[in-house]
Design a protein around this ligand. Structure first.
Ligand code: 13P
Ligand code: ZN
Length: 276
């Protein structure tokens, strides 16, 4: 099969386009990665070129050794992925040690995978272990309202979790484990990858202060839906704060309301965020 005919490639491209339409990908902002299934690789194998040099990842991900990933290119614009996929995304294969990769398809005009490859792969490694292989997507976007909130809320997991949960009744059901926050760090390297992947041990959402959002999930729809839900909640909170001269709320979803919701929806909520 041609690479562009594969369903996972079409879904990957769709997510890029949907994120761009949301306004989360100015210029080259944001990136996406997908850990490809064995049967999906088998279906496109004849169109991959394995005769390529090995390059350094910048970190080591031993449990992802020899696996294939579909990723966006560094400096590429999400806006262009749908029309020119082969110039803007690529398939990489990791080596036997999980410290090197080679580009086996795509980026036909040259270039490298996203500069956030260390964060993507370290996160994918953590969630692969945590979910017994179910989660295979990591998505990074520059979601506007989440970024805005990192200038006014304390950069604490508990506070972001609670505030975001309160803004829409569905939130505690969609992300019952809450969200983690990484303080401002230089992007694109191993240090921010280590900090983010630590949060991915318990959360599916990591907020990068003054930068954006990282989310993970099992399918493209669920992963994108998670980013969409978190950002929508952030948008409501920005409006509430703006209308109300600060964080004062006249009424909100209470701790007891969350407990009742968790019981009816059969979800286990992060206990820290329930403490007043
Ligand atoms: P890349 O173009 O290298 O993917 O970087 C974009 C970005 O959002 C960095 O955090
Ligand atoms: Zn970014």
């Amino acid at each position: 099969m041609k690479v562009l005919d594969a369903l996972f490639v079409k879904q990957f491209i769709n997510l890029c386009d949907n994120g761009y339409k949301k306004g989360w990908h100015e210029r080259n902002g944001g990136n996406l990665s997908y850990r490809i299934k064995d049967e999906e690789i088998a279906s496109i194998k004849e169109n991959l070129n394995e005769d390529k040099p090995w390059l350094d990842i910048g970190t080591t991900v031993p449990t992802l050794k020899n696996e294939y990933f579909l990723v966006t290119g560094s400096g590429r614009f999400m806006m262009n992925v749908k029309e020119f996929p082969e110039s803007n995304i690529c398939i990489i294969k990791l080596d036997e040690t999980g410290s090197k990769f080679k580009i086996v398809w795509g980026l036909i005009e040259g270039g490298r995978p996203t500069s956030e490859l260390p964060s993507h792969l370290m996160n994918l490694e953590v969630v692969k272990r945590r979910t017994n292989g179910e989660f295979r997507i990591v998505y990074h976007c520059h979601a506007t309202n989440i970024i805005a909130l990192t200038f006014v809320l304390p950069l604490e997991d508990k506070i972001f979790t609670r505030e975001l949960w309160e803004m829409a009744t569905e939130c505690p059901v969609v992300f019952p484990e809450g969200v983690g926050v990484v303080p401002w760090m230089v992007p694109g390297g191993k240090d921010i990858a280590v900090a983010t992947s630590k949060l991915m041990e318990k959360y599916n959402v990591a907020i990068w202060a003054h930068h954006g959002l990282f989310v993970t999930g099992p399918t493209f729809d669920i992963t994108f839906g998670l980013a969409d839900t978190v950002e929508k909640s952030a948008e409501i909170l920005v409006k509430v704060i703006s209308m109300n001269g600060g964080l004062k709320k006249r009424q909100t979803i209470t701790t007891q309301n969350f407990i009742d919701l968790a019981k009816d929806f059969n979800v286990k909520l992060n206990e820290d965020a329930l403490k007043d």
